[in-house]
Design a protein around this ligand. Structure first.
Ligand SMILES: NC(=O)C1=CN([C@@H]2O[C@H](COP(=O)(O)OP(=O)(O)OC[C@H]3O[C@@H](n4cnc5c(N)ncnc54)[C@H](OP(=O)(O)O)[C@@H]3O)[C@@H](O)[C@H]2O)[C@@H](O)CC1
Ligand SMILES: Nc1ncnc2c1ncn2[C@@H]1O[C@H](COP(=O)(O)OP(=O)(O)O)[C@@H](O)[C@H]1O
Ligand SMILES: [K+]
Length: 500
């Protein structure tokens, strides 16, 4: 699924109206009536008192249409025109006319003194600015938003929380609506997926308004959102006459300094993700634990020898609980000298790279690095804001010709040109060990010869889906990494059921 900016969305809207012979009011009516159905699920039409704040452009037009629909349902409402401009859109004017015909009072707010008492409201609909905000909101709207945020009312933002920009960060002294629910039209918006702003839009719902799929497909954007339909086409059926040699040899290296568990979980996840043969090198003190927890894997005692004697590892995953000792440094040197076809670097492998930046040039092309935010900082340096972070990540990928998987909620994959944000997963994953599992899933997919970017998208998505499915038995509090491994099978089943 694509993530578009305001200009691209306006082009898609225009194309849709043209190709479906719709006026802008009709498209707005479609959008508002679908948002209305969602609002009805959240309010008590008999009891709630709904305040609707409408800007003077199309987002405000949506708000006015919602006011009419709520009024028709006999919901108690108050409508406020937040008059930031005297020029209004045509669809907006038509909706104003309808409200007047229905004798619905429209209150105007155009300065700080006109901000109403919000205490009576039990629900507030925020339709002040949508995707079109392109500069700081006027001072009186900042004050209004501040007040909205202070109320106990349930807050629903239409399309975008007012005050949030699609492609730039918000200054610390700027306000934006912190809503309980954001009903966003058709496609997700970039700030919802970035931690600084996304933290305030935890609950967004995509409302399908029938925008032209053809036009969306044609629109070029670096930003993408990974959904089931994007990845189900990537997963390959296992051929009837295939054998273990068809699915690659994966070598996993880590598990020192008492951190055997790390690489053993990677091993289990790799075994559960389809690799033909999984070999594991860890500190020899952990070999019996490996044997107990991953009977199907093959223990490699002498890693340098294994690297030298076999030039044909299909994929190598290194770093999970590797530590930063001299031994770890030596192992990394051996791996880099081996120049594996497919290489994934996680955890301490990334920390070692950050210490020895001259190694970056030695990384085989298309190596996959899976840093969490702390590890990313060590690699690319500090950033000013999330947009700067994306730029730095992109530059890093371009310079070293690698793929970065920036882990967290809505994990982001960057290949130096495009970004892919994950839609699956939950905060139950925010525990040590989850990343080791992800490394195992992706290394298995790399070993099976999936294209690097496809292996990353598929792996990240499956890992999140497994965690989501695991919530049927566990809670976000109780979920642990090994539970995620045990649900990988169900996650694969879900995608396998979609292969034609
Ligand atoms: N047919 C459609 O397209 C559909 C659209 N839909 C809805 O419309 C929304 C997009 O509509 P929109 O483009 O009118 O943008 P919106 O955010 O309402 O207003 C921004 C306007 O304000 C202005 N402006 C910007 N910043 C400002 C500032 N700080 N202070 C003062 N003014 C400022 C800026 O104009 P400018 O002054 O820059 O010329 C711009 O005109 C979308 O989010 C969705 O809710 C749906 O109904 C589906 C069908
Ligand atoms: N709040 C969250 N929502 C969804 N996924 C999360 C969240 N927090 C962490 N994750 C996922 O959990 C994993 C954590 O990896 P990492 O921090 O490297 O842990 P470790 O290396 O200790 O196993 C990543 O895949 C990340 O995307
Ligand atoms: K809004």
């Amino acid at each position: 699924m694509k993530i578009l900016n305001a200009k691209e969305l306006a082009e898609v809207d225009a194309f849709t109206m043209n190709s479906q012979s719709l006026s802008d009011w009709e498209l707005m009516e479609r959008a508002s009536s679908r948002a209305f159905l969602e609002i009805l699920k959240k309010i008590n039409p008999e009891k709630d008192f709904v305040y609707i704040f409408c800007g003077t452009s199309n987002n405000g037009g949506d708000g006015l249409a919602l006011a009419r629909m709520l009024n028709q349902k006999q919901v108690k409402i108050r409508v406020f025109e937040v008059a930031y401009s005297s020029s209004t859109s045509k669809a907006y004017q038509k909706n104003i006319k309808f409200l007047k015909e229905n004798r619905i009072q429209i209150n105007t707010v155009q300065n700080q003194n006109e901000i109403p008492d919000l205490n009576p409201a039990t629900c507030i609909i925020d339709a002040i600015f949508g995707v079109g905000l392109n500069r700081r909101m006027p001072g009186f709207i900042q004050e209004l938003v501040k007040k909205i945020n202070l109320t106990e009312a349930f807050k629903i933002s239409i399309d975008v929380p007012s005050g949030m920009y699609l492609e730039q960060s918000i200054e610390t002294d700027e306000e934006f609506v912190i809503s309980d629910l954001c009903l966003t039209f058709q496609l997700p918006k970039l700030p919802f997926l970035l931690p600084e702003t996304g933290h305030y839009v935890e609950n967004f719902k995509l409302i399908d308004i029938g925008l032209s799929e053809e036009k969306i497909k044609q629109t070029k954007t670096p930003y993408n959102y990974i959904t089931t339909s994007d990845v189900s086409s990537i997963l390959k059926k296992r051929a009837k006459f295939s054998h273990k040699g068809s699915f690659g040899n994966a070598l996993l290296i880590g598990g020192y300094e008492g951190m055997w568990g790390s690489v053993i979980m990677t091993t289990q996840a790799c075994l559960r993700s389809g690799a033909g043969k999984v070999y594991t090198h860890l500190d020899k003190t952990g070999r019996l634990v490996l044997a107990q927890h991953a009977l199907e894997s093959i223990y490699i005692q002498n890693c340098p020898k294994a690297l030298k004697s076999n030039p044909n590892w299909n994929a190598i995953g290194v770093g999970m609980g590797l530590g930063l000792s001299n031994n770890a440094v030596q192992l990394m040197e051996e791996v880099l000298a081996h120049q594996p076809k497919r290489l994934l670097l996680d955890a301490d492998a990334i920390n070692l790279l950050s210490k020895q930046k001259n190694w970056l040039k030695l990384l085989p092309k298309n190596s996959v690095l899976t840093p969490h935010i702390g590890e990313l900082k060590r690699l690319v340096g500090e950033w000013d804001n999330d947009f700067d972070k994306l730029n730095k990540a992109k530059q890093f990928c371009k310079t070293y010709q690698v793929v970065l998987i920036i882990k967290g909620a809505h994990t982001c994959i960057c290949d130096g040109t495009n970004f892919y944000f994950n839609s699956s997963g939950n905060p139950g994953l925010a525990k040590a060990g989850s990343g080791d599992v992800l490394a195992g899933v992706i290394t298995a997919l790399l070993a099976q010869n999936y294209k690097v970017l496809e292996a990353c998208q598929l792996g990240v998505y499956l890992h999140g889906v497994a965690a989501d499915l695991a919530l049927e038995s566990f809670s976000e509090h109780s979920l642990i990494a090994t539970d995620v491994i045990s649900y990988l099978g169900k996650a694969f089943q879900l995608l396998e059921s979609k292969i034609d």
